[in-house]
Design a protein around this ligand. Sequence first.
Ligand code: AMP
Length: 455
Amino acid sequence: MSFARLGLSAPILDAVAEQGYDTPTPIQLAAIPAIIEGRDMMAAAQTGTGKTAGFTLPLLERLSKGKPAGNNQVRALVLTPTRELAAQVAESVELYGKNLKLTSFVVYGGVKVNPQMMRLRRGVDILVATPGRLLDLFNQRAVKFDQLEVLVLDEADRMLDMGFIHDIKKILKVLPAKRQNLMFSATFSDDIRNLAKGLINDPVEVSVAPANTTAATVEQRLHPVDKAKKPALLSHLILQNDWKQVLVFTRTKHGANRLVKQLEADKINAAAIHGNKSQSARMKALAGFKDGQVRVLVATDIVARGLDIDQLPQVVNFDLPNIAEDYVHRIGRTGRAGASGHAISFVTTEEAKELADIERLINATIAREVVPGFEPSNQVKETDLNIKAKKPKKAKKPREFSSTDGAAKVAQPRRSNANSPAKKPAIGQKPAGEQAANKPAKRRVWRNKPKPVAN
Ligand code: AMP
């Protein structure tokens, strides 16, 4: 199936061809014809699936047929949770709409409001906005919605997570009742369905990848390590493997700043991107990372969500996220659009609960690998392992146990029943069989023994 058969006109098809896309992604196949037809839509699609083009292309197609926006008017409104995502969506609108006469603009907080008000006076066909700034502009009468035809909520789940529900409700109240509504979300939680109830009419529902499935092209690995040794381990891996572009996640803004300092002390060029940074600093860090001047970008979850960086080869979870779903979003930054990528997580024994949540969510056990020189000192008590250190039977070697040059494999789906008790080694521990064999620590990948299959 080609883009030409989805109902898009020549100027849009030319722009798409210029991007080098020849086959629509599954979300694009499902969304483009339905949106052109004017249907409401609820789509479960994560970043990396081509969802932005999935709603932008048909939006451009529809708007290209109507009357241009009058003064202060907006014909399509795209709401996004973060400034970065807003900027990226606006970039896509410009790119795919370059052969059309439509106008577009992006507004978000953290920058001066006056230039935004000035530009909005002439009206825009497509406005991309974060909710807070949009409300400010509306309250100052800089933007009007009488001509509004389409509303898009992008990453709706994240907007709710970030507490934008009240802003969104206020915005919905001032929009004309007759409009097309498109909602994109990584997951369809109850909250999302509740929001959709009052908003979306008879929607086409699309789900392109089962929620919370980690991309098959991402090789995942865990490095058990002591907390204090995490920065040194990161520098060691970057230098040893000669990683050129690494996105690193920390749990806190302060932690991100501190890590940048530590990396720079190791002569590794790094920048932080998080909510306490000014918008210009965030944009500068991202641009530097994209063009190769910044080798390591250290980010917190909220800001990193939705970042589109082509073919990012390496993601490191310096801290595990508190919310298991964020693990999926984080590693979704690599291995995108079919490219292979690596996601490494540093795990301390204190993070055992977060790890258990993540493995339950992705329904897989991630390969563990202790890096020589960084063996965790804080060994977990045997009772915590839920495994008796008895001598292994001969045949009971660890299921997968291979020496490696650093390449791990994709996490394996669990074959077990979720109700059966977990019998797996804790972080920092080798499988029972290996402990008994008392082999010297070598660089190895090992996997946990699968739990028995319950009938
Ligand atoms: P998104 O999920 O919207 O963040 O898009 C992820 C990436 O896929 C972006 O870098 C797009 O440029 C790229 N992309 C979108 N559609 C296609 C397509 N049909 N073929 C190849 N790449 C695409």
